[in-house]
Structure formats: C-alpha cells, structure tokens
Design a protein around this ligand. Structure first.
Ligand SMILES: NC(=O)c1ccc[n+]([C@@H]2O[C@H](COP(=O)([O-])OP(=O)(O)OC[C@H]3O[C@@H](n4cnc5c(N)ncnc54)[C@H](OP(=O)(O)O)[C@@H]3O)[C@@H](O)[C@H]2O)c1
Length: 220
C-alpha cells in the first residue's frame, strides 16, 4: 500500500498499522518519516507535480493494492475577512488536486494490484449536507477543498470502474492530531483502525461512497 503524508498524525498511524498487519508500506512524505523497519520511504511533496511524477516513475512496474491520499493542510480559519488567494489555492492544490495527480501517476501500479482501492481521506467538513451542522469554523479553503475532493472521488469512481478500481471518500472523525487539536474526541488509533477496516472490505459496490471511520454513511 502507498500512503501520502506519512510523517505524522493519521498518516503515520495508518502506515504503522498496515505494516503491523504484514503489508509492504510505501510511506510518502515531504520531510522525514518515523522509522519502522517495515516502511519503505519515498520523498513526495504533493504540492509539487514534478515530485508526484517522480514517485510515479520510481514505482513503475511495482503493483500497489491500496492508495491512501491522506496528506492535507488546513489553511486559514479566520473566515471571509481573512480569506487570501495564495492560502486558498495552496489548500486546494494539496487537498483536492494532489489526490487526482497522485492517482493518475500511480494508475498503472494500481491496475497491477489485487485489491485496487483508492481511499481519499476527506472530511465531514466538506459535506454540503452535514459540514456546517455542528460547527461554524471559518475554514473556507479547507471546506471547499474537501468538497472538491469529494467530487474527485465520485468522478474517479466513475472513470476507474472499468479497471476494477474502487474509490472512496473517508471521514476520519475529529481526530487527536496536530490538525484536530487538543479538544478532538477520536484517538488516532481508533480512527486509523476504523478506516483500515473499511478499506479492507471495500469493493466496487462501495465505490463512489462517502463513509466515516465508524462505518456510518456520510451525506455528500
Ligand atoms: N484531524 C482531524 O480531526 C481531521 C478531521 C477530518 C479530516 N482529517 C483529514 O485527515 C487527514 C490526516 O490529517 P491529520 O489530522 O493527520 O493532519 P496533520 O496531523 O496535520 O498531518 C498532515 C499530514 O499531511 C502532510 N502534508 C501536508 N502538506 C503536504 C505536502 N505538500 N506534501 C506531503 N505531505 C504533506 C503533513 O506532512 P508534514 O509533516 O511534512 O507537514 C502531515 O504528514 C487529512 O486529509 C485531514 O484533512 C483530519
């Protein structure tokens, strides 16, 4: 399996539990990755298309069963008054565009895989139906990026069905990471375990769906 943003938070824990479960883990990060003997490390800055293409080239001929597009940034959270063009575009680039470019760069490897699953780590914050029900954070860029990522999931699911590749949007919960902050309610371990269980069971019937770490269906 290959995961982006494996340096810390949810990405590091997912890499760890897949390795623990006996998978070969290709852990990607723009900086250093925690050392585990089981994880192969790749340099990947998902904001840089050349970096994405380089990883695609390096993995030519290597089958990949599961791709987890996990790397993301939050961006400005100050609402409309502090909305700023460069920040907004960086968040869109990392959270929405990069998963498409990474999936395209690794498509041949995914087709060679047996499981053929792409999991896009999204957020309920990007749900048009549920995203603003119980919080009013001023994170315009983040929410717009995850809504765009959700459409990328649906579009990829449609495009890649013929190749037998399932594509999911997954909400990890409000998780105790640097991004989630100290008030978050879900441990990294239970979020990662829940996400892995969903990915382990995913098949084409699930493709194009939006699920939370606890199995609940999230409305788009
Ligand atoms: N935590 C939550 O409550 C929550 C809720 C909903 C959804 N999510 C989603 O869950 C996923 C994981 O979030 P997290 O809580 O683990 O966040 P986190 O602790 O802030 O970690 C973010 C990860 O993304 C990586 N990253 C950011 N920009 C990158 C880039 N340009 N290239 C490569 N890697 C990059 C970071 O790498 P560096 O170490 O190099 O910065 C880090 O590994 C994200 O998709 C996030 O949107 C989280």
């Amino acid at each position: 399996m290959l995961i982006t943003g494996a340096s810390r938070g949810l990405g590091a824990e997912l890499a760890r539990i897949y390795a623990e479960d006996g998978w070969r883990v290709l852990g990607c990060a723009r900086g250093s990755i925690p050392r585990t003997d089981e994880t192969d490390r790749f340099h990947l800055d998902v904001a840089d298309p050349a970096s994405i293409e380089a990883v695609g080239r390096a993995l030519q001929g290597v089958a990949i069963d599961v791709l987890i597009n996990n790397a993301a940034v939050r961006g400005d959270t100050g609402g409309l008054p502090t909305l700023e063009t460069d920040d907004f575009l960086t968040v869109m680039r990392v959270n929405a565009l990069a998963p498409l470019l990474v999936t395209r760069a690794l498509l041949a490897s995914l087709k060679d895989g047996e499981r053929r699953v792409v999991a896009n780590i999204s957020s309920r914050a990007g749900s048009l139906a549920e995203g603003t029900l119980d919080d009013d954070d001023g994170d315009y860029a983040y929410r717009c990026s995850k809504a765009a990522l959700n459409m990328a999931t649906v579009k990829l699911a449609q495009d890649l069905k013929g190749d037998g590749i399932s594509v999911l949007s997954l909400h990890p919960g409000w998780v105790q990471t640097d991004m989630g902050g100290s008030d978050a309610v879900v441990s990294v371990a239970s979020s990662a375990a829940g996400l892995k269980a969903i990915i382990d069971r995913a098949d084409l019937a699930d493709s194009g769906s939006f699920r939370a770490f606890d199995g609940r269906q999230v409305s788009w």
